[in-house]
Design a protein. Structure first.
Length: 440
């Protein structure tokens, strides 16, 4: 590939597969929920939902392993240094294995604390524990998969990373239906299906790393893997991304609690609309993944030209994507809402608030896309600052507007939250240029 010119074909060749592969993640959750929904008692759905929330909190919290690994691997590719490429894999792998094993060691206190916090009914808690006790053993596998997937993405092994992600999720869906409907394993069947798909993903990841890594393990000085200065720098990058995740989880929990306080129908309608909002987010996030690859490569090559070409290309195709999302949702919102619920009162209320989802990609799209530019360059301090400022504004605004405007106030507060993120990251681009690329 030419390093001086980034073409539309090259850019879309990376971003479109990432966009499509990210869409399998919400589809997998929808299938698992639908499978449990066929069982004769709603307690099964509730138990899986609680278990999924717990694991989402754990894995989202350490999702930085995928993001930062992708950035470092892209930089190593840009610099052409094979040793840095190996270290971009081994350093986050070291952290992932420690965290994964820690989850297993402390599995009982984690579950006890979570159930005490949520306080579900006894039968739901029992089913949730059964689900959790199987799936917790997949923690090291999931975190290993984050690292291997991030490395493959950073090295622009597009087909390999898409195959790993899509095939794992599809296998999970198939096994879930087989274990529950054919073998009648119940909630344990869904847990085993997910665990086996995680094991499969790890096996595929090992195979792909062997196939594409081309690493020189014998001549590597392994002390460099845990070199304090470099390891602390990596942890600092990851800590900033972890703070972002904590802020996102805080806002999600506040929105859920506020929606519940407004009534069951409002909570259900918001859940439908947030599912549609999340689909938009996953698509833009796929574009951000692609942008992060070229941003990281630009840093590795010390190429300001490639960086600005990537930024301009991201602006152009983000505009196209936003137009498609807005037009598609404008004409298809009624159909999409009815796909999620056949309860008339929920569908009617969701339709009443759909304009907030309509403007969401316009307000949030820039921040979501620029997130990839910053993570690819592993310059995450602005991301940390962005989230802390946005959360500091969201909290009092939500406290003020919800009592005055009800659910409208909740949605307005959320859109202000994502809008601030877009503004701050756009403003921080100058710092990204000056501090990362040393361009005056």
């Amino acid at each position: 590939m030419r390093t001086n010119v980034l073409t539309d074909r090259e850019y879309l060749g990376i971003t479109i597969p990432f966009m499509l592969s990210t869409m399998t993640q919400p589809l997998m959750g929808a299938v698992n929920t639908a499978v449990m929904g066929q069982l004769p008692d709603p307690k099964y759905i509730a138990a899986v939902a609680l278990g999924a929330i717990l694991f989402n909190n754990i894995y989202w919290f350490f999702g930085f392993l995928r993001v930062s690994t992708s950035g470092y691997a892209a930089q190593a590719l840009g610099s052409g240094c094979r040793e840095e490429g190996l270290l971009a894999f081994l350093r986050p792998l070291f952290v992932a294995l420690i965290v994964g094993c820690g989850c297993i060691i402390f599995q009982k206190p984690i579950l006890t604390a979570y159930l005490a916090l949520v306080a579900p009914a006894a039968d739901v808690a029992e089913l949730c524990a059964a689900y959790y006790n199987i799936l917790i053993w997949g923690a090291p596998l999931v975190l290993f998969n984050y690292v291997s997937l991030g490395w493959l993405m950073g090295q622009t092994r597009v087909r390999a990373s898409v195959f790993m992600q899509v095939s794992s999720n599809v296998l999970n869906m198939i096994l879930s239906m087989w274990f529950v409907f054919v073998l009648h394993f119940g909630i344990e069947g869904v847990a085993w299906a997910t665990l086996l798909s995680q094991l499969y993903g790890a096996a595929v990841g090992c195979w792909l790393m062997y196939l594409y890594g081309n690493f020189d393990y014998k001549n590597l000085d392994y002390r460099t893997v845990v070199e304090p200065e470099t390891l602390l720098k990596m942890l600092s990058v990851n800590a900033n991304l972890m703070i972002r995740t904590v802020c996102l989880l805080t806002v999600n929990n506040v929105i859920a609690a506020a929606g519940a306080a407004l009534g069951t129908v409002v909570l259900a309608a918001n859940a439908v609309l947030f599912q549609l909002k999340d689909i938009m987010s996953f698509l833009v996030d796929g574009m951000a993944n692609g942008a992060s690859i070229f941003s990281g490569r630009a840093l590795g090559q010390k190429s300001s030209a490639l960086f600005w070409q990537t930024l301009r290309m991201t602006y152009k195709w983000l505009f196209v994507l936003i137009v498609l999302l807005v037009v598609g949702f404008f004409f298809g919102s009624t159909f999409l809402i009815n796909c999620f619920t056949d309860l008339q009162e929920v569908a009617v209320l969701a339709a009443a608030y759909r304009n907030y989802v309509l403007v969401y990609p316009v307000i949030a799209g820039l921040g979501l896309a620029l997130y990839g530019m910053f993570t690819g360059a592993t310059y995450t301090a602005p991301i940390r600052n962005m989230m802390l400022i946005a959360l500091a504004v969201f909290w009092p605004v939500e406290r003020l507007l919800v009592p005055l405007l009800g659910n409208d106030g909740l949605w307005i507060s959320f859109l202000i939250f994502v809008g601030i993120q877009s503004l701050i990251l756009f403003y921080s681009l100058r710092k990204l240029r000056e501090k990362i690329y040393k361009i005056k």
